[in-house]
Design a protein around this ligand. Structure first.
Ligand code: ADE
Ligand code: ZN
Length: 346
């Protein structure tokens, strides 16, 4: 088996993928027609074109505005998981969504979350993939709005909803802004993560750990700017959910992943695992992310195995569930590795 195929077929966990960023262009066009919503172009693929986080977030919101009925959320979450399975052998995902992006335009929170759960159940039935949900604070929202969102989440909370995260543009809105929302989420029993050090210095990780009580870091690239914080993350075995393409497009060099900070993070022993972030909106998928980043970094199959198992380890499943998943993954990895052309070259 050729290395690219191996990378696509490796069983995968994703811990950093935004539901709204997985909407297929064709589905966005379809739903916009259904609800009579004007998009700036009929060729929606052309919408997915930006080179900064700010431009991206505008399109992210615009496409989301075509999601209105519970069935829209069910259809798109189903398709999102179908793509993960078919394009990258996705087995389990903890998927972000932004409640306030929908509630602020009049869609009831219950419609959003119930629709997502409908799609998740249907995808599990059809493809065997499992998925849990993480409600994300949108960092450009006022702190009170974030706190109210957490109240809503805790009031209507299906079993699938397990955590709180934080996204949006990082530089203007640091993590300490949302200490109340995180405190409430923690009291309510939610697991905690946050986007940090995507576009801000390493001190944001320290704040996330010490002030918000987070358990994972989404992105984390600028940790490399502070050796003491790197050492702390190593000592604490902190999981970094990293995303090659989306970050390269917004912040680094989209055409050359060889200099992507993920490579150095891995070299320094940080516990990374690979993710697609907003796959359709960055013209990628989870299989391609493994392929592109691995070729750029020159990682051998043993390294991929380690990153895949970091994903299992970092998941918010019970220890029993993780043991079972780890065993199944190890067996599938053994079988795939045995079929690999030798020597495997990145
Ligand atoms: N929203 C969706 N994807 C994001 C990312 N990578 N960074 C910040 N906010 C986001
Ligand atoms: Zn993200």
């Amino acid at each position: 088996m050729e290395y690219g195929e191996f990378l696509r077929r490796v069983p995968k966990v994703e811990l950093h993928c935004h539901f709204e960023g997985t909407v297929r262009a064709a589905t966005a066009a379809d739903l916009a027609r259904k609800h009579d919503i004007a998009l700036p172009t009929d060729d929606v693929e052309k919408l997915y074109d930006y080179d900064s986080i700010y431009e991206f977030l505008k399109i992210f919101a615009l496409v989301s505005s075509a999601l209105i009925d519970q069935e829209d959320f069910a259809r798109t979450s189903y398709e999102s998981l179908e793509d993960g399975v078919k394009l990258g052998n996705l087995k389990y995902r903890e998927m972000f969504f932004n409640p306030t992006l929908h509630t602020s335009r009049g869609v009831p929170y219950k419609t959003v979350v119930d629709g997502l759960v409908d799609g998740i159940h249907a995808a599990e039935k059809d493809f065997g993939v499992r998925c849990r949900l993480i409600a994300d604070v949108y960092r450009q929202d006022p702190p009170e709005q974030a706190r109210e969102m957490v109240e809503q989440v805790l009031e209507h909370r299906p079993d699938e909803l397990i955590g709180l995260g934080m996204d949006g543009a990082e530089a203007p809105d640091p993590p300490e802004k949302f200490v109340d929302a995180y405190r409430l989420a923690k009291q309510g029993g939610l697991r905690l993560t946050a986007h940090a050090c995507e576009d801000a210095p390493a001190k944001n990780i320290t704040t996330c750990l010490d002030v918000l009580g987070i358990e994972r870091i989404d992105h984390g690239y600028h940790v490399l700017g502070d050796d003491a914080v790197v050492q702390r993350c190593l000592d604490e075995g902190l999981t970094f959910t990293v995303c090659p393409t989306a970050t390269a497009v917004c912040y680094f060099d989209p055409d050359d992943l060889t200099k992507h900070p993920i490579r150095e993070m891995a070299e320094r022993g940080l516990k990374i695992m690979l993710n697609s972030d907003d796959p359709t909106m960055f013209h990628t998928d989870i299989g391609s992310e493994y392929d592109r980043m691995t070729r750029a970094a020159g990682w051998p199959p043993e390294r991929i195995r380690e990153f895949v198992l970091n994903g299992v380890d970092g998941a918010w499943l019970s220890d029993d569930e993780k043991r079972t998943m780890r065993k199944a993954f190890e067996q599938e990895l053994d079988e795939l590795q045995a079929q690999l052309d030798q020597p495997a070259r990145a």
